[in-house]
Write a protein that binds this ligand. Structure first.
Ligand SMILES: [Zn+2]
Length: 494
């Protein structure tokens, strides 16, 4: 017995030594980089040493024989990008390497936005442990807990007992590591929720220092009331508010970004913590039924109004329609011309046959710019693995290539800040999002003169170019052309 325990002790000691020595030998020095640290401060030339998954030193570094050296002359070294609004929850289970994510420089993905999340959170995160290239964290979705409690019967207000039961589930998810409560009040499952229900559930998230992140009830004519609702939920439940993919959704509200900005900045001035994120496209992607907010999907007048509001049937691209795959990747004007029916009849037919996924080009670039240049708006993709909108594959390089280099809307430092330190602070992450000694080595190396998105509406999966290397927790996951196959991503908990 004594011998056995001595033997075990020896084995444990040998194992421990092996672990330590592996960690010690894996050190990398990135030399001659233009470092943009994520804080928004001006770039500077320097070297960074990475050891044991962390940033060990920044400055002028003379590499030792033990160091692997990466020459970064002419390249920018930035903190890995953190995507606060990402729909890769099922994609990560089937493709942990997440090629179209890490190829953009994304090192941390937050899943579960818009009210839709995995359940239970702990079980989902457990399945990813050791099998993912990027880090992953989750939100608990309002529609998910609503469905858990109310089953299929969600198109009504919830009883106080049901709200209490939902709050318990939010509480559980927060204990399991969720970063906050997400909602998608424009969607059917969440639409009938009262503000009282939302405040009650947000309180459960607030008790565990979570945030309230919302795809608000209306992103078009009713945006003002919808934003006010989100802000009031944050105020009464005493937690920070994140407005998801802030936008002016159709032509009737073009130019009203100024009004939205005023409303949010007034709330901030009054002491409330409100921020937002945005994807860099003038087209949104959703379900076809959001075109008719009155939800009278067979009312010809309402359907006509809905199509006019976005600029006509040619602006609506059908990306998925299970009942008739031949409609996919054609716009509604094309399909109705081919069938010899009106776009109104086509809409009614599609909704009757189970609905469709659509990409709708109905925003103005001026509004996108107005939001993007506010200091409280960060970058998010609203995309993910396998999505049908180019934002899933192009978002971060698109901001760097088009908004920074070509249009000069933003400085490179400010764009990087919106992709790293700003979302990290919003999520309460203290060990990522900045290039600083002791931080986890989530890093992206890119060429600021060439970085660009290549994903288009016709080919949304085309990978970006110009991202030369991506590291997660000190291990390279993207080599500039393909994933390395390493799975160093951590499961992150609030
Ligand atoms: Zn959304």
């Amino acid at each position: 017995m004594k011998h056995l325990s001595a033997l075990l002790r020896t084995v444990a000691l040998v194992l421990l030594c092996t672990l330590i020595s592996t960690a010690q030998t894996v050190s990398v020095v990135i030399q001659n980089a233009t470092i943009i640290d994520g804080t928004g401060k001006a770039s500077f030339r320097g070297d960074v040493r990475i050891k044991g998954g962390k940033i060990e030193r920044i400055g002028k570094i003379k590499p030792s024989k033990m160091d692997e050296v990466i020459d970064a002359t002419g390249l920018v070294l930035a903190p890995g990008f953190i995507d606060i609004h990402n729909h890769s929850e099922s994609g990560l289970l089937s493709e942990g390497a997440a090629a179209n994510q890490v190829s953009q420089g994304i090192t941390t993905i937050l899943v579960g936005p818009d009210g839709g999340s995995p359940w239970p959170i702990a079980e989902y995160l457990g399945k990813l442990e050791g099998k993912i290239a990027p880090n992953v964290g989750a939100f608990i979705g309002h529609a998910e807990v609503r469905t858990q409690v109310m089953k299929q019967d969600t198109r009504r207000t919830a009883t106080p007992e049901e709200v209490a039961a939902m709050a318990k589930l939010v509480e559980q998810a927060m204990q399991e590591g969720a970063f906050g409560l997400s909602s998608g009040l424009e969607y059917d499952t969440g639409f009938m929720a009262s503000i009282e229900e939302m405040i009650e559930l947000a309180r459960a998230a607030a008790r565990h220092k979570g945030i309230y992140m919302s795809h608000i009830r209306d992103e078009e004519e009713g945006f003002r009331a919808a934003m006010e609702e989100a802000i009031r939920i944050g105020k009464e439940a005493r937690l920070p508010v994140q407005l998801s993919h802030i936008k002016m959704g159709n032509r009737n509200v073009w130019g009203k970004s100024a009004e939205a900005i005023q409303l949010i900045e007034a709330a901030k001035k009054a002491g409330q913590d409100v921020t937002a994120d945005a994807y860099p496209y003038t087209a949104w992607a959703s379900t076809i039924t959001v075109l008719v907010p009155s939800r009278k999907h067979e009312d010809r007048v309402e359907v006509e109004k809905g199509l006019n509001n976005v600029g006509g049937a040619d602006k609506v691209l059908i990306t998925s329609h299970a009942a008739n795959r031949s409609y996919e990747m054609k716009n509604m004007a094309q399909i109705s011309a081919e069938k010899g029916i009106s776009p109104i009849d086509l809409y009614i037919e599609i909704v009757k046959n189970g609905g469709a996924g659509v990409v709708c080009n109905s925003m103005s670039e001026e509004d996108v710019k107005a939001f993007y240049t506010r200091p409280w708006v960060m970058v998010s993709s609203d995309g993910g693995i396998g999505g049908r909108h180019p934002r899933g594959t192009g978002t971060f390089p698109r901001v760097l290539g088009r908004f920074v280099r070509e249009s000069k809307w933003l400085s490179l430092e400010s764009a990087i800040h919106k992709m790293s330190a700003m979302p990290a602070a919003r999520l309460g992450m203290k060990d990522r999002g900045i290039i600083k000694k002791g931080m986890n080595a989530d890093l992206v190396l890119f060429d600021p003169n060439t970085v660009i998105d290549n994903a288009t509406f016709a080919q949304p999966q085309n990978l970006a170019t110009g991202i030369k290397a991506v590291m997660v927790n000190g291990t390279k996951v993207w080599d500039g052309l393909k994933p390395t196959g390493a799975m160093p991503g951590s499961v992150l908990k609030r």
